[in-house]
Design a protein around this ligand. Structure first.
Ligand SMILES: [Zn+2]
Length: 138
């Protein structure tokens, strides 16, 4: 398996290393301080982690979000993508990782991408709500 995250924690570019989880700088990155929190075990989804690994993952995300808010930026997004439909390689890595994105008002990510999301938001209609509620409640 040729996964760039599987053995990276053995190198000295790691910001923090726990028993099951480590933190690195995203490279390429979206903005200064863009971090990745990654389980050592190669899994694709959070549900594949055992509860100890899930707890350490969440604890580490919370800890570094607070560090970012304290020292780097006034805001911080937490993001995780599960996209098995995407081709692997390049920017897409199927080893689970959680992005921590330091944010500020009208930053580059907002100006170049996210301001266009406002056009995508639509009102939640009753029939759509009822349909998806039923599916997810089963
Ligand atoms: Zn991996």
């Amino acid at each position: 398996m040729n996964c760039p995250f599987c053995n990276i924690y053995k190198k000295n570019i790691v910001l923090e290393q726990g028993k099951n989880v480590f933190v690195i700088f995203s490279n390429p990155r979206l903005m200064p301080g863009h971090l990745l929190v990654i389980p050592k075990r190669h899994v694709e989804k959070i549900s594949e982690l055992n509860s100890e690994e899930q707890q350490e993952l969440l604890d580490t995300v919370v800890k570094f979000q607070e560090k970012i808010l304290d020292k780097i930026a006034v805001g911080c997004d937490i993001k995780q993508n599960y996209r098995p439909f995407q081709k692997k390689g390049g920017l897409s890595i199927n080893h689970l990782h959680i992005h921590l994105l330091p944010r500020k008002l009208f930053d580059e990510l907002y100006e170049k991408c996210q301001k266009f999301e406002t056009n995508i938001f639509k009102e939640l209609k009753t029939e759509e709500f009822e349909k998806i509620f039923k599916i997810l409640s089963e």
